[in-house]
Design a protein around this ligand. Structure first.
Ligand code: NDP
Length: 320
């Protein structure tokens, strides 16, 4: 079968289309023919070696496709499913752990289903796990027109939160407003001041920051006393080491650096969050915006575009 291989750590060019063996059936796994594979920022960290990985390997962890074979016979061949946490998803066939897939309703197109779980479950745990969101909460969301950013904004506003989104361009600004943001800002030296003044000087209850290195100082500055800084990603690079006293100086702030894995640590928790996402997509309470799909062979271009900030919404590869 065709698959993308990371042949060595490096830039997007290390992603190569290759012929590899079809995965062998395994009693705890379901074999799936991949229609679309989701592309996520974390795939770039593993590819570059900033997160541990051992080339050669097939990247990707999520997607949507049709069941080819369930060794237990529980799931009929042809059933449309979506999954997260199946390493090797940038491939024509993937072996998905039984507890990490969900059925896809007929009304949800496969390209959307392929990119809804990782980013949707992330938005879900940020709003319901890291901290329970309350109506009227104010929050800053950086990378507000990205894959996670647009879903997080929609889920947060649905819960009655007031979102201050941060984006880099006019097009992204429009998308953030469409997702429900009350105010949209650009990355700017005076960003913290601008957001503070929009909150009457108080600062926001929570900062959800997926950008990292270049926005961390702003995140501390913009948070109200005893508020929460949730640093959940590092699109601009890892946050530099800092003095813990900074949290005191900024008003007894709370700080967390969460990851999805810890919030879907059991199959039950996975099902709970995944089904909440499927329901939200099916009912139309969130709309997953998918950037123009890339053919599998163009995975390298997809990574290039994601890292150069030229995509908005979620990114997928069209596989079959
Ligand atoms: P996005 O679609 O949001 O793409 C990244 C965005 O980051 C860009 O579009 C860009 O938006 C913004 N950005 C700001 N500065 C930079 C920079 N220097 N280089 C590149 N991009 C920059 O990606 P995802 O939705 O997949 O992920 C968003 C973040 O969330 C990532 O950091 C990812 O690792 C993290 N994440 C964390 C999870 C967790 O559980 N901890 C789970 C899922 C994602 P703009 O142009 O508007 O600035």
């Amino acid at each position: 079968m065709k698959a993308i291989l990371v042949t060595r750590h490096g830039g997007p060019d290390v992603l190569e289309l290759a012929d590899v063996p079809v995965p062998s059936p395994d009693p705890d796994h379901i074999l799936v023919r991949v229609l679309y594979a989701g592309v996520n920022y974390i795939d770039t960290y593993f590819r570059s070696g900033s997160y541990p990985s051992s080339p050669p390997y097939i990247p990707g962890t999520e997607g949507c496709g049709q069941v080819l074979e369930d060794p237990s016979g529980d799931i009929a061949p042809g059933t449309l499913v979506a999954w997260h946490d199946a390493p090797g998803s940038y491939a024509e066939v993937v072996s998905v752990p039984r507890g990490r897939l969900v059925a896809v309703p007929d009304s949800v197109p496969p390209a959307i289903a392929a990119s809804m779980l990782l980013q949707g479950m992330t938005a879900h745990y940020l709003l319901h796990g890291t901290r329970e969101t309350r109506p009227g909460d104010t929050m800053v969301i950086t990378a507000g027109a990205g894959g996670v950013g647009l879903i997080l904004t929609q889920m947060a506003t649905e819960l009655g939160a007031v979102v201050f989104s941060v984006v880099s361009s006019e097009d992204k600004e429009r998308l953030a407003y469409d997702a429900g943001a009350a105010h949209v800002f650009r990355y700017d030296a005076n960003l913290a001041e601008q957001v503070r003044s929009a909150t009457g000087g108080r600062g926001v209850d929570v900062v959800y920051d997926g950008v990292g290195k270049s926005t961390f100082a702003m995140a501390l500055d913009v948070c109200r006393p005893r508020g929460l800084v949730c640093s959940f990603g590092s699109a601009s690079g890892e946050v530099e080491p800092f003095q813990i006293q900074e949290l005191n100086r900024h008003g007894s702030l709370f700080l967390t650096r969460p990851s999805l894995g810890a919030y879907v640590s059991t199959d039950d928790e996975f099902r709970f969050r995944a089904q909440a996402v499927v329901r939200a997509v099916e009912s139309g309470s969130i709309t997953v915006r998918v950037h123009e799909p890339y053919p599998l062979a163009d995975a390298s271009q997809a990574h290039q575009d994601l890292q150069s900030r030229s995509t908005s919404g979620s990114v997928v590869l069209k596989v079959n």
